[in-house]
Design a protein around this ligand. Structure first.
Ligand code: GRG
Length: 286
């Protein structure tokens, strides 16, 4: 199921960029979009549309847009002014290949492209479509992922409390993951109670994902993939592992995963695929 979703999304991305005029900007956008990656957020869009009774193909543009927003955030996060990383997904970061100015513009263009796609395919077509696009915009912006990035920069300068760390992760990682699940629910007119539940599930899934990411940053072969890995461990930057150690962090990731599965069990829908993905994420190795 996971590899099928990933294959669909990889194809969507390839075909989309093949349809664009070839120039320096589209080359730089396509470079980062095609670097690989787990395609978690677009996969969640597909799974959520199935959960809420949608037609899978109808959310392909939404899935593509979510991966574009995610990729823009990674390009900007890697810039010298932010994390200053040379490698992403094991390959040279966008600014290392195309230069800093070009990388900033590629990120900007991916963000705009995502909202062009969302508005053209959903926003101008129905009220639910517009509400789904609005939800994604809020999750990615000032109240969501970008605010999380601001918290993350602040937490680099001090030892964060658990509450500060959770708030940072919920915004930086959780909101976009949650929006990938919530936007299809809105599009397919799920009841308010279900929309709230899938959103809460998404935020918790983001937290479990981020704790696992902190653990992998310290323990796995990810160490050879980018220099921020060593930096997180050595600089005292606030992470779960830094605050609680590996074993306690593993226990916390398990607890949050259990609470995700608990939320899913309260939805009167076939949540087996999402439950399977949730458990797989806890055991992921990259
Ligand atoms: C610069 C606006 C702006 C936001 C940056 C998402 C983010 C906020 C920064 C990326 C750095 C980071 C470690 C974020 C935490 C979330 C996370 C684990 C991102 C990596 O997501 P994966 O593992 O990446 O899904 P792949 O490569 O598989 O797509």
């Amino acid at each position: 199921m996971i590899s099928r979703n990933k294959a669909i999304i990889d194809d969507l991305i390839l075909n989309y960029f093949r349809s664009l005029p070839e120039n320096k900007l589209t080359e730089s956008m396509a470079y980062s979009m095609n670097l690989g990656g787990k395609r978690l957020r677009p996969s969640l869009v597909l799974l959520s549309s199935r959960l809420f009774g949608g037609e899978e193909k109808e959310v392909y543009p939404m899935a593509l847009a979510m991966e574009m927003i995610h990729t823009y955030s990674l390009i900007h996060d890697d810039l010298p002014a932010m994390d200053d990383d040379d490698l992403r997904r094991g390959k040279p970061t966008n600014h290392k290949v195309f230069g800093e100015a070009s990388a900033i513009l590629a990120g900007d263009a991916l963000l705009n492209e995502a909202f062009t796609i969302l508005l053209a395919n959903y926003g101008v077509k129905s009220r639910e479509g517009a509400e789904a696009a609005l939800f994604i915009s809020r999750a990615a912006g000032r109240e969501g992922m970008i605010l999380g990035q601001v918290h993350d920069l602040e937490n680099e300068k001090k030892r964060a409390t658990l509450e500060e760390l959770v708030e940072c992760h919920n915004k930086k990682t959780g909101e976009l993951i949650a929006a990938s699940l919530t936007a299809p629910a809105i599009l397919y007119r799920a009841e308010k109670d279900e929309v709230d539940k899938i959103h809460t599930f998404g935020i918790q899934l983001g937290l479990a994902f981020q704790i696992q990411d902190d653990i992998l940053d310290r323990t796995s072969t990810k160490e050879v993939l980018g220099k921020s890995i060593g930096k997180d461990g050595a600089s005292g930057k606030s992470t779960y592992v830094e605050l609680f150690g590996i074993e306690k962090s593993r226990e916390m990731a398990r607890e949050v995963t259990d609470s995700c599965l608990e939320i899913l069990s309260t939805l009167d829908r076939d949540t087996r695929e999402l439950a399977e993905l949730t458990s797989l994420l806890l055991n992921r190795t990259y």
